[in-house]
Design a protein around this ligand. Structure first.
Ligand code: NAD
Length: 299
């Protein structure tokens, strides 16, 4: 393959996504501010980039915590838009607010760069298996160019519309994710209080109308499912910090559109409190530990 692909942000999601690109295209350059990932990335066949100021890339992927980091990377600190050559395809997969990605998009266009905002769903498991869902916003012709790379990492590749539209879909999706995660935690808390074994409850609800993604793929009760964060002391996965960020984005969108959505606001409060109580780096399913406590909190 002739093209030089660069992946920036090799964290919980970015690292397994980068491995899929290496498998598909044979080579990949990678960069992260956290150099602890270097050794593992190189073992997986990637080429670590020390300094972004002299990079060679035709295609750039980024998977960063949020809008602040995306702006720092492309516009402010590393000023990547000024480093990349004309015609470079940039696909930012971080979850951000629509306005921020629109700002980067406009500036990228002015410099003759192609910019797509392509947030994902499917979690770390989806990233490892290459089954992510991509919700892509930007110019349709750039989306068509990006498809071959996205297909290496995902199963469902959707064109959502203009550059901020993928982010709007993502915000709605994650608000719903938080609601069914908290709902699933409450069902298990009540079930256990009624004397039911979690495995019995899980088996029956999965075949009943309470079925949902959290129950099916991400059970919050420890040791019910292998390879999910709840069975690994709630490590890895999707942090409380990042879920709170997405719920903040949903709150902002609600304000801007004059929507008063009760459950969306309630889960925002729940995750805000969980974050403030010191669980910011635990997986978001850790909220079960709070909900399941005998002494009821004021969540
Ligand atoms: P993470 O914190 O594990 O990884 C982010 C990585 O970006 C870190 O390694 C960090 O060092 C690096 N980074 C930050 N700023 C940088 C910069 N300027 N240059 C280079 N590297 C930089 O986060 P994650 O869980 O991988 O999530 C990444 C994005 O994906 C977030 O926007 C999140 O909302 C979204 N997301 C996460 C999940 C999930 O299950 N974890 C699922 C869907 C979407």
């Amino acid at each position: 393959m002739k093209e030089n692909i660069l992946f920036i942000g090799l964290g919980n999601m970015g690292y397994p996504m980068s491995k899929k690109l290496i498998q598909q295209f044979g080579k990949l350059q990678g960069f992260d501010l956290n150099s602890q990932i270097k050794e593992e990335f190189e073992k997986s066949g990637g080429k670590w980039i020390q300094d972004l100021s002299s990079l060679q890339a035709d295609v750039v992927f980024s998977m960063l915590p949020g809008a602040q980091e995306v702006k720092k990377l492309y516009l402010e600190e590393q000023k990547l838009l000024s480093v990349l050559k004309k015609g470079t395809l940039i696909v930012d997969c971080s979850t951000c607010d629509s306005q921020s990605v629109c700002d980067v998009f406009k500036k990228a266009k002015k410099k003759g760069l192609l910019f797509l905002s392509a947030p994902v769903s499917g979690g770390t498991k989806g990233a490892e298996k290459g089954t992510l869902t991509f919700m892509v916003g930007g110019d349709k012709k750039d989306f068509d160019l990006a498809k071959k790379y996205l297909k290496a990492m995902g199963k469902n590749i959707f064109y959502a519309g203009g550059v901020g539209d993928g982010q709007s879909v993502k915000i709605c999706n994650n608000m719903l994710l938080a609601i069914h995660m908290v709902g699933t935690c409450e069902a298990f808390a009540l079930g256990q209080a009624l004397g039911l074994k979690p495995e019995v409850l899980s088996k029956i609800m999965k075949a009943s109308s309470g079925q949902n993604w959290s129950l099916e793929n991400y059970n919050p009760c420890p040791d019910l499912m292998p390879f999910v964060p709840s069975s690994n002391n709630y490590e890895g996965g999707f942090s409380v910090r990042l879920m709170l960020k997405d719920l903040q984005l949903a709150q902002k969108a609600m304000k801007e559109t004059n929507q008063n959505l009760n459950l969306g606001s309630k889960v925002f409060e729940i995750y805000k409190k969980h974050f403030e109580e010191g669980f910011s780096n635990k997986d978001f399913s850790h909220v079960f530990q709070k909900i399941n406590k005998k002494e009821k909190s004021n969540l």
